[in-house]
Write a protein that binds this ligand. Sequence first.
Ligand code: NDP
Length: 505
Amino acid sequence: MPAENTMTKSASEKSWQQRAREISFATQAFIDGRFVNAASGATFDNVNPATGRVFCRVASCDTADVDLAVAAARAAFESGSWVNMAPKARKRILQRFAESIHKHKEELALLETLDMGKPISDSLKVDIPGAASCIEWYAEAIDKLYDEVAPTGPDALATITREPMGVVGAIVPWNFPLLMAAWKIGPVLAAGNSFVLKPSEKSPLTAIRVAQLAVESGIPEGVFNVVPGFGHTAGQALSSHMDVDCIAFTGSTATGKRVMQSAAQSNMKRAWLECGGKSPNIVLADYPDLERAATAAAYGIFFNQGEMCSAGSRLIVHERIKDALLEKVAAIGAKLKPGDPLDPATRLGAIVDEVQLKRVLEYIESGKTEGARVYAGGERKLENTGGYFVEPTVFDGVQPTMRIANEEIFGPVLATITFKDVNQAIAIANNVIYGLAAAVWTRDITIAHRTARALRAGTVYVNCYDADDITVPFGGFKQSGIGRDKSLHAFDKYTELKTTWIDLS
Ligand code: NDP
């Protein structure tokens, strides 16, 4: 009998920790169908947030690399190799690409978790399958969209057609690295554009890997390029590039404004912004199932370590039910103990890096200083691991003027504000610069409709939180952004409308 040898175990029998030690992966840029070092030879350290240790070094792209990637994307677009392919053929290739992401789900999930600290079970169940099915959905759409004929008089035929933009640049954040990229990749490529993607410097690995999978699936070289690097170098070069036709950004509101400025000051490229949020979750006293409302409120802020643009970070609750609701929310939070992201049982992983950890802890301190009460949590955890863990934290007694009630924390920190009547709740909800998501819980259908209409947010949930489907648009009112990801509306961002007027007189 052969001795038991861990190396002969199938991948699925190995622990994720063992797989993490054995995995090999690319860390270069991907330009014109090939892996390349940054032209300068520079690299940056990539830190595992669960240990605080550098686990790889990644090509640090700059203007020269972005120039090469944009030139490759432009040449691919001009060659027609992708844009002039019959929609049915593009569909098949994108379907293969989506299948390939599905097939490499475990490898991609592991890279995502090592890169940004989210629990492996979330990477496996949410991020990677979500990215694959997003691309699949846009692939399916391509050969089912028709253009328009305008209702002109009989002496003319005027067609209104959608044409791809050309070269689309995308800059994405680290909280759902591949999923946020997929919300761009799907419609951008389905519409026939060429693409240059700059992932966050905190989470570049899955973007690099899927670019390779894209080419292996049949997407022509030069159509899909990835330039890892910093925002102020690679990101800035992409958003101010004179030969990029459109920039699709997801990230903070402050950076979004810079991207918009760069777009305006260069070639007036289209700039689409998916930015931050401080979303209100309003619970009325008549809602009968507090357990359900508490579960949604807890996951609405604690899921993904609270690193969610749509996080329900302000719990706006009727004063009569506040104590009962908070007790339940805190009990759920107490069960979500931070732990090793590579353990499949872990539900709360590490905060993405030391900078973000400090930011979250600083907000917790500011809440205390301004007079709010820590109802639950409030501490850094597992410091001995070297990783960046924070326990689920609930503040009570928050006033709408406090920083923790207005600024996006991007961590597992809930601010609870009470109200006496629904109009007051709506006024509090709308009184921030953001307008990404909002929720209202009530059994009264009239109040539900009236409140949903009054809330200034791109998505309003009624008696639920964070319900999601690729078929519905996602994006923000006010300073939460411009434009929508997901659904067929995303094509509006990556196509130009052309009128062709044919004289028939
Ligand atoms: P940042 O704004 O810090 O960064 C987002 C991206 O922009 C990163 O790739 C970053 O690069 C890059 N960047 C930074 N500076 C510049 C610059 N001057 N020019 C061009 N690009 C730049 O956001 P985070 O990565 O911290 O992500 C969290 C934010 O994203 C939160 O505000 C969250 O709400 C928002 N978000 C919004 C979503 C939505 O759909 N509305 C969805 C998900 C997140 P690098 O990090 O490498 O320096």
